[in-house]
Write a protein that binds this ligand. Structure first.
Ligand code: ARG
Length: 456
């Protein structure tokens, strides 16, 4: 123990301190972006005559060889070297000697780490958008395949009104479509050059930020150096976008878990995506959907971590900011893996059309239709609602359905009932009546699908 403090007092850090301070174990995934940004920075330094042509060439070649070594798995990462920026700069020094020291002219790790993360996140956002697009096309396909399936729609998880199954999958489509749009909007705040801010006060060199911006393909240049080095809004924003995606993925998962249960039996998750129980041979567990539902917790957690890390931080860079990366990387990995899994699970799912129709017919799901029928015969809706509620109450006591009533029995509830009541009882009819925009009738679902295809 004494040694640990001795080491610290004499200026030599103990292993424990180095380990605690280091981010290399998780920020090594930024190596590509660190090298990309360094090469752009070197190009700019050459233009303003801080690097000669020869120095520039040596730096770029060495950077490329470092990248190759990392990719071949031949680069040694060491916790005593703190982070990816330090690793790459020291490797540069090993390869080309003192010229390496020039790369950090007009740069601080504060603006360096910020630009690296932005470059990294910008690419991942595109991948996530592509992954959402794949899922969206799965949802369109599944909607086309389930347009003729009639199922109960639920509110409060109580059977409420019948709908086409495609209505459900198209609902998921529009949720995820908004998620995709939100991400591309978030990218506007990500896609900004912060390099060239220095530690926080700007730089005493005549740097050319516009050149660096165009080399790295950023849309704009950050306006205030102090803000730039401490800005992690773009990470908070991204983590909120992912959290909202998971609000949707967990809802879809929950719906599918319920519909796949023995009690419902509306869908069968393909065997590939279920697992057995180690003790109960009768079980097929919907693990993948359950995991997506569960992972929502860690994704929300990452957002809350990031908000909490940022709360009341004094201005400029503080080491707290190093804690941004694990939350960010974890949410990126989790959303990419979950989108892939949910796409596969949904595209391979089996649908039990008869069971769903039976579930509609075995209840009072078209009760609203009957109330509307009485309204069409001149009753006030409140009154017709009461009459139908009374009918449902009596029928359920007798374990009977609307279709079991004769015309005389109907008339006992209201003289407005006529023979045409039997036309109303068809479940299909109540679905087909929903012709308003966004409704569940065949025509309106087709319209939704056509609009959806345009979004793709
Ligand atoms: N590893 C650090 C991070 O991730 C890099 C920036 C270090 N800057 C500093 N002033 N210590 O935030």
């Amino acid at each position: 123990m004494a040694k640990l403090w001795e080491g610290m007092i004499s200026g030599e850090k103990s292993l424990a301190i180095e380990k605690f301070n280091a981010s290399i174990n998780f920020d090594k995934r930024l190596y590509r972006e660190d090298i990309e940004a360094s090469i752009a920075h070197a190009t700019m330094l050459k233009k303003i005559n801080i690097l000669t042509d020869d120095e520039f060439t040596k730096i770029v070649e060495a950077m490329k060889s470092i990248k190759e070594d990392i990719e071949k798995g031949e680069f040694i990462f060491d916790e005593s070297l703190e982070d990816i920026h330090t690793h790459i700069e020291l490797a540069l020094k090993e390869r080309i000697g003192s010229i390496a020291g020039k790369i950090h002219t007009a740069r601080s790790r504060n603006d360096q780490v910020n630009v690296d993360v932005r470059l990294y996140l910008r690419k991942r956002i595109v991948e996530i958008e592509e992954s959402i697009t794949k899922f969206l096309s799965v949802l369109i396909n599944v909607s086309e395949n389930t347009i003729d399936i009639i199922m109960p729609g639920y509110t409060h998880l109580q059977p409420a009104q019948p709908m086409r199954m495609a209505h459900l999958f198209m609902a998921y489509f529009f949720m995820l479509e908004r998620d995709r749009e939100r991400l591309s909007d978030c990218n506007k705040r990500v896609n900004m050059l912060t390099l060239g801010s220095g530690a926080f006060s700007g730089l005493g060199y005549n740097i050319d930020r516009e050149l660096t911006r165009s080399l790295l393909g950023f849309d704009k240049i950050s306006e205030n150096a102090l803000d730039s080095v401490s800005d992690r809004d773009f990470i908070i924003e991204f983590l909120s976008c992912v959290s909202i995606i998971f609000t949707h993925l967990s809802k879809i998962s929950e719906d599918m878990i319920i519909f796949n249960s023995n009690e419902y039996g509306f869908v069968n998750i393909d065997d590939l995506y279920t697992t057995g129980s180690s003790i109960m041979p009768n079980k097929k567990n919907p693990d993948i959907f359950e995991l997506i539902r569960g992972k929502t917790g860690r994704v929300y957690g990452n957002l809350i971590s990031m908000l909490t890390i940022m709360k009341s931080l004094p201005s400029a860079y503080n080491k707290d900011l190093q804690e941004d990366k694990e939350a960010l990387f974890d949410s990126i990995d989790t959303v990419l893996a979950s989108l892939e899994m949910i796409s596969e699970c949904i595209s391979t799912m089996h649908f039990n059309k008869e069971t769903m129709l039976l579930a509609c017919e075995n209840g009072y799901i078209n009760a609203v239709e009957i109330a509307d029928y009485l309204v069409s015969k001149g009753l006030a809706f409140r009154e017709s609602h009461n009459i139908v509620a009374k009918i449902v109450g009596n029928l359920s006591k007798e374990k009977m359905l609307f279709t079991d009533l004769s015309i005389d029995e109907w008339k006992q509830y209201s003289s407005k009932f006529d023979d045409d009541i039997f036309n109303i009882l068809d479940i299909n009819l109540s679905v087909e009546k929903k012709v308003s925009e966004g409704g569940t009738s065949y025509k309106m679902i087709i319209e939704q699908i056509e609009k959806a295809k345009k979004y793709l």
